[in-house]
Design a protein around this ligand. Structure first.
Ligand SMILES: O=C(O)CCC(=O)C(=O)O
Length: 271
């Protein structure tokens, strides 16, 4: 699926692009099924909430050489529907910098502070340039009460703000200060809620200001994030390189699948 000129323009203007219903309900069901099996394992890739046993994140789902790897997520990151739009925006082959599912348990699932992803990737991994794009796949209905993401449209044009380390949740995050957020909202406008149905894809820029609130609903929230990085965009030397599943230093490009289908492990085993 190639992006149109007008879709690329929308991404450049707003810093994000919504592609509704790109994956079917059946495909999303495959992904949820595989997530449930994977999330049950004990591994550092499975991160819990600070205040309890609920899972907050699962890294490495697309990488079948690791313990959380799954057939379904590998086929997702290699599918033409997810990969081609990323290549259209990046203009060159890309690899997967990381993939993860962020969950938010019903009622208690915690917030994500306002931040720019590149604040993390420059601080932790010395990534050279924001020549990257995040492709978010909604795995259930994203709602405001359920702790959906919020974006500040156009804020990617403001460049990188000085990142500020915040460790209030179980995830160490380089965030944007209160004063800078107030300034950004005055300049770019109020936050917009990123809502939509399962199978919807939202692509966003590494400088886009975003965050999300607590899940106040009675339903768990699940969102898959795949970060594609242009192969020419290298990670620099750092004192303590993060593991491959958080910040891939592989230079080989991800190969697009011949068939644009999301295949589950059970399908593969019975083939
Ligand atoms: O899942 C969320 O609500 C926000 C996650 C996020 O912004 C991130 O992982 O960088």
């Amino acid at each position: 699926m190639k992006l149109t000129k007008s879709q690329i323009q929308t991404y450049e203007d707003n810093g994000y692009l919504v592609l509704p219903d790109l994956f079917t309900r059946d495909e999303v069901d495959v992904l949820i099924h595989e997530l449930t099996a994977t999330a049950a394992i004990t591994d550092e890739r499975v991160i819990k909430e600070k205040a309890g046993p609920a899972i907050r994140m699962v890294y490495g789902l697309h990488d079948r050489s690791g313990p959380t790897g799954s057939v379904g997520y590998e086929s997702l990151v290699r599918s033409a529907r997810l990969l081609q739009p990323a290549l259209d925006l990046l203009g060159e082959p890309a690899n997967v910098f990381h993939s993860k599912v962020n969950l938010k348990e019903a009622i208690n699932g915690e917030f994500w502070q306002w931040h720019q992803d590149f604040g993390n990737w420059s601080s932790e991994d010395a990534v050279a340039a924001p020549h990257m794009v995040t492709s978010l796949v909604l795995l259930d209905q994203a709602t405001e009460v359920g702790g959906c993401l919020y974006f500040i449209p156009g804020s990617h044009k403001g460049g990188l703000l000085p990142p500020k380390l915040d460790q209030r949740t179980s995830v160490k995050l380089w965030t944007v200060s209160k004063d800078q957020m107030i300034e950004a909202v005055e300049k770019f406008g109020e936050p917009v809620a990123v809502t939509g149905g399962p199978g919807t894809v939202v692509m966003f820029h590494p400088y886009l200001l975003h965050g999300s609130g607590q899940n106040m609903s009675t339903h768990e929230r699940k969102q898959f994030y795949c970060v594609y990085n242009a192969v020419s965009n290298k990670l620099g030397p750092v004192a303590a390189p993060r593991p491959e599943y958080k910040a891939s230093r592989r230079s080989s490009a991800v190969q697009m699948s011949n068939q644009d289908v999301i295949v589950g492990a059970s399908v593969l085993e019975s083939a």
